[in-house]
Ligand binder design. Structure first.
Ligand code: ADP
Length: 301
């Protein structure tokens, strides 16, 4: 097969590992920078041009769309779908997971556990917003934040009020969330491929930090997750409609709570921590999915 890896960064660990896995399994891999593609949208033969020429036949794509280019990246994935190319993560599913509120609403509709979360657009009743999620301590998150940046723990109601006021003053979109103290500065990353958790690790934040992000100095170790955690991770990915995703879960006294479903999960941390060949499992999944859809007609929404 010819497999397109939609990534702006060919030198990145995740991209390199996917290319290697494709080649090891006998496929041709091509790294496609979405920003270098342009699309011909017409009702007869939609096409994509890449680096000056028609991109030609591609059997499958593995989108690795960076959050900064979600809009254009999703449009490109959709164009591939219109051309009948299998996408390991569909454009609609990537869009759902990128909108943090929409994602939480979808999870809540499917009954997937999550921390109680509040969202407001006008700051006229901050105390009520705080009470709605159970009062202080609480976590305030910038909607546009990633890798733990813009995630603040407010220990008291007064601190929460002033942080929320400050964020609203800057016209930032925020959500407020119940603080899950029992998680103890750690969370679980479940790597889901298809309908299975194929690898899981526990991340622990540095001493004194409630955030477990590896980019902020957290450490990771391999763990065995419970059947309930496994079910929760798979249900969360299904709610988004994704094929490949990283699900971040907090261990709470009322069971697993999903924080986020990431449609471009990094491979480096999970492979190095668990010694599992995640890239190989992804390509194997793509092979099976492409084989299963042969002969079927595809309807594009
Ligand atoms: P980002 O997407 O920027 O990484 P997250 O929502 O995943 O932001 O938060 C970063 C980290 O902060 C999480 O991995 C977790 O360790 C911690 N955290 C986030 N929300 C909560 C919460 N409600 N209760 C306790 N810890 C939390």
């Amino acid at each position: 097969m010819k497999i397109g890896i939609l990534s702006q960064y060919p030198e990145l660990y995740s991209t390199r590992r996917l290319v290697e896995a494709c080649e090891r399994r006998g496929h041709e891999a091509v790294v496609i920078n979405a920003l270098n593609c342009y699309m011909n949208i017409n009702s007869v033969k939609p096409s994509i041009h890449f680096e000056g020429a028609d991109i030609g036949h591609i059997d499958a794509i593995i989108p690795r769309i960076h959050a900064k280019i979600t809009f254009y990246g999703c449009a490109l994935v959709r164009q591939f779908e219109m051309m009948g190319v299998y996408a390991a993560n569909e454009s609609i599913a990537i869009s759902r997971s990128r909108d943090k509120l929409r994602a939480l609403q979808l999870l809540s509709r499917q009954g997937v556990g999550m921390p109680i979360t509040g969202f407001a657009s006008k700051p006229n009743d901050i105390p009520d917003l705080i009470n709605m999620v159970g009062g202080a301590p609480l976590v305030i998150k910038l909607l546009e934040g990633t890798q733990g940046i813009g995630v603040v723990l407010a220990e008291t109601k007064t601190a929460a009020e002033s942080v929320i006021e400050a964020f609203f003053g800057l016209k930032a979109n925020i959500m407020v969330q119940e603080y899950i103290k029992e998680a103890n500065g750690s969370d679980i990353r479940c790597f889901v491929v298809g309908d299975k958790v194929i690898a899981a690790m526990c991340r622990q934040g540095p001493e004194g930090d409630f955030r477990s992000n590896l980019h902020l100095g957290g450490t990771a170790q391999k763990i065995k997750i419970t059947p309930e955690e496994r079910r929760t991770a798979v249900a969360a990915v299904k709610a988004m409609g994704l094929g490949i995703a990283g699900v971040d879960i907090l261990r709470s006294s009322r069971g697993p709570l999903v924080l986020e479903v990431n449609s471009t999960p990094g491979l480096e941390g999970i492979e190095k921590t668990t010694d599992i060949d995640v890239a190989d499992r992804i390509v194997e999944h793509v092979e099976k999915a492409v084989a299963a859809r042969k002969g079927k007609r595809h309807v594009i929404a």
